[in-house]
Write a protein that binds this ligand. Structure first.
Ligand code: SAH
Length: 360
């Protein structure tokens, strides 16, 4: 019989599983804490569990452990970028950013991405598979173990489209949220989407108070189609209607991400059009100076244009900030490190073997 990935079980599923083993339900509390709060990697670390139960668990289940293939640290701001290996040897990225309000991790939700946004490195190698909830939470475990630091905020802004992997992403939020586990409040969790409209409506009904970020990046459907294929499926109007519903049901304000691309979407007219679109909504605009990717055609807007764009929005009453660029001296834009890894797998595997040799 195939062993069960114990990290993948919600608390209720774990309770059920423990009962099926013929054990008392209360052990689920102890085990859930060991797995999700203490982040143990072996059953023998579960010191308040009998040896007999530990043996049973070992026989039927396994603890998911993800490996760090590479970690780059920014000398400028301490941002750390992790290339993480999954059990099937696929690689994903997570980034740890240091803000004054605490450590924030940017997690991947899929291996690769099928959305095809033209400015984004994550999509260049296509889509491989969705991540399991445990592989999403596992990124927090891996980074906390590696750095021995606590993470207080999570943004689903790494590789992949979270609302394309809806069930696993929602499950991961519930597990991360759970009081016996990492216990990170939903208000400290942001989910970013290119705008998969039906799943914005679904998310509104989940009773999860996470912040929703919408990757808008353009103010008309025609212009949006030039950089984001998803715009062929859902219009800006449909997205904004879904956002209004999300605000109505959750009471949460929405963030709109707008990557400023030189001469593409960064004019004063664009800023005024954006202000008009968001008029009357509880919204916040996050301007991201586009991160130039290798072989990419899009150029970053000059500082002055970014500032003007922000001032125009602010003067129209739309709260706007520029996302502070972190880790600019490492492969900052998500997907870049994985792409490099895929392009040069040989170089990386040489390095891995060397590291193994050094450990001998
Ligand atoms: N699929 C989700 C999460 C992706 S990444 C989404 O589309 O929202 C998080 C944000 O970074 C998105 O707003 C995405 O559009 C943006 N992004 C991707 N590549 C970028 C780049 N090269 N420069 C600036 N922002 C980028």
């Amino acid at each position: 019989m195939e062993k069960i990935n114990i990290n993948e079980l919600t608390f209720e599923e774990l309770e059920h599983f423990i009962e099926e083993l013929g054990e008392k339900k209360f052990h689920a509390r102890q085990i859930f804490k060991w797995i999700h709060r203490e982040k143990v990697t072996s059953f023998d670390e579960m010191t308040d569990i009998s040896k007999a139960l530990r043996e049973k668990l070992k026989e039927k289940t396994y603890i998911l452990e993800l490996k760090v293939i590479e970690c780059q640290k920014s000398k400028k701001d301490g941002t750390m970028k992790f290339l993480i290996e999954l059990p099937d040897n696929n690689a994903i990225e997570s980034v740890l950013m240091r803000y004054h309000h605490g450590n924030t991790i940017c997690v991947s939700s899929e291996v690769g991405c099928k959305m095809g946004c033209k400015f984004c490195a994550s999509t260049k190698e296509g889509f491989v598979r969705p991540l399991l909830a445990s592989e999403i939470e596992g990124q927090l475990h891996t980074v906390e173990r590696y750095t021995k630091e606590k993470i207080s905020n999570i943004v689903y802004m790494g590789i992949g489209e979270p609302l394309d992997n809806y069930d696993n992403v929602v499950k991961s939020i519930r597990i991360i949220n759970y009081p016996l586990g990492l216990n990170i409040g939903a208000r400290h969790i942001s989910l970013s989407t290119c705008g998969i409209v039906p799943n914005i409506y679904r998310l509104a009904q989940e009773n999860i108070q996470c912040t929703l970020s919408i990757s808008l990046h353009a103010t008309t459907d025609e212009k949006r189609k030039e950089t984001m294929p998803i715009a062929n499926k859902y219009s800006i109007k449909e997205i904004l209607d879904a956002c209004k519903e999300y605000i109505k049901i959750t009471g949460r304000r929405i963030s709109f991400e707008y990557a400023l691309i030189y001469n593409q979407n960064d004019s004063k007219e664009d800023a005024l059009a954006l202000a008009k679109l968001l008029k009357g909504m509880i919204a916040h605009v996050n301007l991201i100076p586009v991160n130039e990717i290798k072989n990419g055609v899009y150029k970053k807007a000059p500082e002055k244009r970014i500032e003007d764009f922000m001032n125009t929005l602010n003067s129209c009453g739309v709260v706007t900030t520029v996302r502070r660029e972190l880790g600019s001296d490492i492969d900052a834009a998500c997907g870049q490190l994985r792409k490099k890894y895929i392009d040069k797998t040989d170089e990386f595997s040489d390095k891995k073997y060397k590291e193994k040799d050094n450990n001998k």
